[in-house]
Write a protein that binds this ligand. Structure first.
Ligand SMILES: Cc1cc2nc3c(=O)[nH]c(=O)nc-3n(C[C@H](O)[C@H](O)[C@H](O)COP(=O)(O)OP(=O)(O)OC[C@H]3O[C@@H](n4cnc5c(N)ncnc54)[C@H](O)[C@@H]3O)c2cc1C
Length: 484
């Protein structure tokens, strides 16, 4: 509970319309896309300017109030989940594109700008913003930067980190700092690189300058149907081994195809492993690459191949792929979207193992993922009403992450650690690594107010979980890190 005095000071900063305290309205902010974790915030603040964000954080620091930044709340790892007694700072009133500099291929935006709106704003001049999460029509650039978001086209163009030149960040003390710069490669430590992907634990981004990319001369999307998801995955490895770099390579299994067809009718061939490959560039190069890709698909036993007949068809193909997570709701009342990375060459073996693990648990897992990056998104389907099924689904999804780490991969490709995977961090990192990360965090946030209880394992949260991988590390014992 925040005192009337603190609430009154918040109201003075953001005005009465910028402060939400009514219980029924606070419920909107009690979780992100990972609905299994819920906690209502003490209040929600909707600043309109960087100065207001500075004043809010000064006040939070003075009164030791934890704060959680929130964009659109589409995160899938509980990153924007409030902690008890915290305020949520959301950016639905900071949605302006501040400047477009075509000559330097740059756009400056406020944090609440929706990802797809950047491309919409520059498309007429022949540009686009490359990182394209499947949630791109709703998620915000602030959330993308905090999660280092990816997307289908990151295979060729790179993740968010490749496209942010500069960020204005309000530190928990209220100080405004500029990380990076509009001209690339400044000397000194890459603090912008540290901030990107830090999941709101270092401060709040209130302005970002992004790189935009010229639209390629030609784009072609190919579909190839296979009798197994392993054959589709092998084709991905073969395409890369042949020296080709498509702009996207995505795989969907039969269940995902069924769900996407029911949701948006993309007219996919029905099969056990569908490969979607997009190539772009100069027309002659696109023609050549498309022919080589088709040849490799046939070599791996593709039962059917086709290409988008026009731009509308191409967009429909992508609509089906991008709707796949949400469409999983047509397969099962409940599901967990997992996110891990493995070396691309391990795809066929790991997909096979996931299938065996699911069978042993008598649960269905559907796969739709950024295959070119080795970024897996197994979706574990379950019914909360069946006794014990939710626990088994959570356990299976976490064991899939262990498998990713054992294969030389990682516990998250693009959805972040958040609350969901903090107990898995010790499975991936040695105590000394976690200690180093905590020291970096403390340099930005000495009072532990910026999105606490996220990202790092804690004795309380990880100890309470039956399969928590938590191993205490020395910096906790010394009292420097979070101690609960
Ligand atoms: C259907 C669906 C498909 C998805 N597909 C993809 C995909 O293909 N690729 C991908 O990477 N992700 C994907 N996601 C996950 C999610 O959309 C991304 O992580 C996205 O970047 C979150 O943006 P958001 O605005 O919703 O952020 P939120 O969920 O509101 O917040 C995410 C994190 O960012 C922090 N944050 C928000 N704003 C700021 C700020 N201004 N400063 C500092 N920290 C901030 C929050 O504290 C939180 O830790 C998908 C999600 C859904 C629901």
């Amino acid at each position: 509970m925040l005192s009337a005095q603190i609430l009154s000071e918040f109201r003075q900063i953001v005005g009465p319309r910028g402060l939400i305290t009514a219980q029924n309205q606070l419920q909107t902010y009690e979780c992100d896309g990972l609905t299994a974790f819920r906690e209502a915030p003490a209040a929600v603040l909707l600043p309109e300017t960087t100065e207001q964000v500075q004043a809010i954080l000064r006040l939070c620091t003075r009164h030791k109030v934890p704060f959680v930044a929130r964009g659109a709340g589409t995160g899938l790892s509980g990153g924007a989940l409030p902690t008890p007694g915290s305020v949520v700072i959301t950016f639905s009133r900071m949605t302006r594109i501040l400047n477009i500099d075509y000559a330097n291929h740059q756009v400056t935006v406020q944090p609440g700008v929706i990802n797809a709106n950047v491309t919409a704003a520059v498309a007429g001049a022949g540009f686009f913003y490359a990182p394209d999460p499947s949630s791109q029509t709703v998620c915000t650039l602030g959330g993308n930067v905090a999660e280092n978001a990816g997307g289908a086209h990151c295979l060729k163009y790179g993740f968010t980190v490749t496209h942010v030149l500069e960020a204005k960040v309000v530190l928990p003390s209220g100080e405004l700092v500029t990380l990076g710069g509009k001209t690339p490669d400044a000397p000194g430590y890459d603090l912008l690189g540290v901030f990107i992907g830090s999941e709101g634990t270092l401060g709040i981004a209130t302005e970002m300058t992004l790189r935009i990319v010229r639209k390629p001369e030609a784009v072609q999307v190919l579909l190839a149907a296979f009798d197994s998801i392993q054959a589709a995955a092998q084709t991905v490895s073969d395409i890369i081994a042949a020296g080709l770099l498509p702009s996207a390579m995505e795989i969907m299994d039969r269940l995902s195809i069924v769900a996407a067809e029911a949701a948006v009718h993309p007219h996919y061939p029905m099969c056990d492993g569908l490969l979607i490959v997009e190539v772009d560039g100069p027309l002659a190069e696109v023609k050549l690459q498309a022919a080589q890709v088709l040849e490799l698909c046939r070599k791996n036993g593709a039962t059917e191949t086709r290409h988008a007949v026009d731009e509308a068809d191409r967009l429909l193909i992508w609509k089906g792929r991008k709707a796949a997570f949400a469409a999983a709701g047509r397969l099962s009342p409940n599901y967990i979207v997992q996110d891990g990375v493995i070396p691309r060459t391990a795809l066929p073996v790991v997909l096979d193992k996931i299938g065996q693990m699911a069978k042993a648990e008598k649960l269905r897992v559907t796969n739709v993922f950024h295959a070119g990056d080795g970024n897996l998104h197994p979706i574990v389907l379950y019914n909360r009403e069946n006794p014990g099924e939710e626990d088994r689904a959570i356990d299976l999804s976490m064991r899939i992450l262990d498998l990713c780490v054992e294969t030389g991969g990682s516990i998250t490709g693009e959805h972040g650690v958040g609350r969901e995977k903090q107990c898995s961090m010790s499975y991936m990192y040695a105590p000394v690594d976690l200690e180093t990360m905590q020291r970096v965090r403390r340099a930005f946030d000495p009072e532990n107010l910026a999105n606490p209880e996220k990202l790092f394992p804690t004795p309380r949260l990880c100890g309470e979980q039956s399969r928590g991988h938590y191993v205490p590390h020395p910096v906790e014992a010394s009292g420097i890190a979070e101690v609960f």
